[in-house]
Design a protein around this ligand. Structure first.
Ligand code: HEC
Ligand code: HEC
Ligand code: HEC
Length: 479
């Protein structure tokens, strides 16, 4: 009896073990190596970040809601399920979805799917991705909720005009004047790893301004700084190794830490790339100039401020008076921040808690990342472990929520003593970052779009969805 039971269990197991081999034989196409190559490209492209509902959904089964000022877009199931996923996609249909934003049934996808970046992918890499998505991903027999935007945003065809203007239609071609490493770096940085999506400022139609490549852009509540090779405004003072270390770990001692969407990109994607590919990306990024290059002698955002405190400034004084006179910053710092960042903002010796002087977040050209760090904290998973700073905004796990007036006071104290003393933060600035970053212009465009036609609204949607997704998933990670 016992042995029968074991046999009964073993038989389906043995069958299951055979099944993939025979399936591969009958389909007869994809080698293990090809599927692995596809898996690596999918990681480099961060497909899983958007196509998974991180509140308990299965990988690649879709269902992640991405809110935008004009409605919620929901990512789709891209597992090989024939009924609910992309199991019936031919390779040509798959290529069109990834590179051109055209769905299997011919309808246009919303640019929340970053086909503009992926458009540079070679046929060879699309082939590997297709192999992975048909034979390397588990089918999930679940329907992702459907996207239904209000009129006129529900007219998918109106994306065609924008695509005509702004979607590149050429795959990557090597520049023979450059090294193989540089070309590989360009291919990854502009395509799969899409650095410019966040680090390049956008124009009125929400298109990336190619002539200002990597000179810095607002992405939801965070600012993705200038990463050109400019010595003052960019990262021209970093070595090749510095940049690779940052992409792999999310930090560079006494210079920069990755929070927000950069932390997500590192956690899900960049840290898993090979050293060869990270070096290629660094080689390419370090070759990009800032068109308005600055004098090399000026101080950078990595070497501003110094250690110190203002304990005597508030001892024995009334907190409410301090708030009124806007000098409660040092009191707020001591109460909320000093336990980790130190009384003199010097951080800890091992660098786990960074110093707040000599820190890119506090000495940038704008105060966005100081405010965002306070409101949203830091949350990053790498091979080195979990890096976490609690949020002080209104996130679900906030221990001590600070008001706009308090955050402004605290930011001004940090900027003045440790960072860029030329900047000043108002409570209104804080509210803007709390609301997910500067989006009023987008909303305005969306309203105009309602009156004038769907195209304008969809243009707005394109960027807005991306920006708001970042805020949304941040809230989810925090929860
Ligand atoms: C920034 C978020 C994001 C990333 C990254 C992303 N996608 Fe998407 N993708 C979406 C959204 C949202 C949709 C649905 C858009 C719509 O409904 O118009 C989508 C739709 C698709 C579709 C169409 C499926 C269907 O409904 O028939 C395919 C195929 C697809 N994505 C593949 C990929 C692959 C492969 C990758 C990685 C190389 C990837 N996506 C990365 C957001 C993303
Ligand atoms: C999804 C948006 C996003 C993508 C994609 C992205 N970044 Fe970032 N990046 C950011 C944000 C936001 C910051 C600021 C993080 C902080 O200070 O906490 C940042 C910070 C950085 C910094 C540190 C700069 C400084 O002064 O602190 C470097 C270097 C960098 N990114 C390089 C890259 C490279 C190279 C790529 C592509 C391989 C890339 N990023 C892709 C959003 C992004
Ligand atoms: C429980 C410990 C802890 C507390 C309390 C704390 N921080 Fe942090 N902080 C961290 C950690 C950890 C990091 C990220 C280090 C890394 O990325 O490697 C960080 C990073 C930062 C950064 C850089 C973020 C970036 O995007 O580059 C700033 C600015 C900052 N903290 C300010 C503050 C302020 C202001 C307070 C008080 C309101 C505060 N912190 C309270 C632990 C803490």
């Amino acid at each position: 009896m016992k042995s029968v039971k074991i046999f009964a269990l073993a038989a389906p197991l043995a069958f299951a073990a055979l099944a993939p081999a025979s399936a591969q034989e009958t389909k007869g196409q994809f080698s293990k190596e090809l599927i692995e190559k596809g898996r690596y490209l999918a990681t480099a492209s961060d497909c899983v970040a958007c196509h998974t509902n991180h509140a308990g959904g299965k990988p690649m089964a879709g269902g992640l809601p991405m809110s935008s000022p004009v409605g919620t877009i929901i990512s789709t199931n891209i597992t090989p399920s024939k009924e609910f996923g992309i199991g019936n996609y031919t390779e040509a249909q798959f290529a069109d979805a990834v590179r051109k934003g055209i769905r299997g049934d011919g309808a246009n996808l919303y640019p929340a799917m970053p086909y503009v970046s992926y458009s540079n992918m070679t046929d060879e890499d699309i082939h590997a991705l297709y192999a992975y998505f048909t034979q390397g991903v588990q089918p999930v027999e679940e329907k992702a909720p459907e996207t239904s935007l209000p009129f006129p945003m529900n007219i998918r065809a109106s994306m065609m005009g924008w695509n005509m203007l702004f979607r590149p239609n050429e795959t990557h071609k090597d520049d023979p004047a450059q090294s193989a490493e540089w070309n590989r770096g360009k291919y990854l940085a502009e395509g799969a790893a899409h650095c410019s999506t966040c680090h390049t400022p956008r124009g009125v139609f929400m298109q990336e301004q190619k002539d200002l490549n990597l000179t810095g852009g607002q992405i939801g509540p965070w600012f993705a700084p200038d990463i050109t090779n400019d010595k003052v405004h960019g990262i021209g003072s970093w070595t090749q190794e510095d940049l690779v270390t940052y992409l792999k770990t999310g930090r560079l001692d006494h210079r920069a830490q990755a929070a927000g969407s950069m932390a997500e990109a590192i956690s899900y994607s960049f840290q898993h790339l090979t050293d060869t590919d990270l070096n290629a990306i660094a080689t390419y990024v370090r070759s990009i100039p800032n068109p308005s290059a600055s004098k090399a002698s000026a101080p950078t955002r990595f070497d501003q401020g110094k250690a110190g405190n203002d304990l005597s400034g508030f001892r024995g004084k009334d907190y409410a008076d301090g708030i009124k006179a806007d000098h409660a910053g040092s009191a707020l710092y001591t109460a909320n921040c000093a336990s980790c960042h130190g009384y003199n903002a010097q951080g800890t010796a091992d660098g786990y808690y960074p110093s707040l002087f000599h820190n890119a977040a506090t000495a940038g050209d704008n105060a966005t990342n100081v405010i965002a760090a306070i409101l949203y904290g830091v949350d990053r998973h790498t091979k080195d472990g979990h890096v976490f700073m609690p949020p002080f905004g209104d996130q679900p796990n906030t221990v001590n929520a600070l008001t706009n007036v308090e955050v402004a006071s605290l930011s001004n104290y940090i900027l003045k003593d440790y960072g860029n003393a030329k900047l000043a933060v108002t409570p209104e600035d804080v509210q803007l970052i709390r609301d997910g970053g500067p989006s009023s212009q987008l909303v305005l465009f969306a309203r105009i779009g309602m009156g004038v036609g769907a195209a304008a609204a969809l243009i707005v949607l394109c960027a807005a969805v991306w920006l708001f997704r970042r805020k949304r998933s941040q809230t989810q990670t925090a929860a």
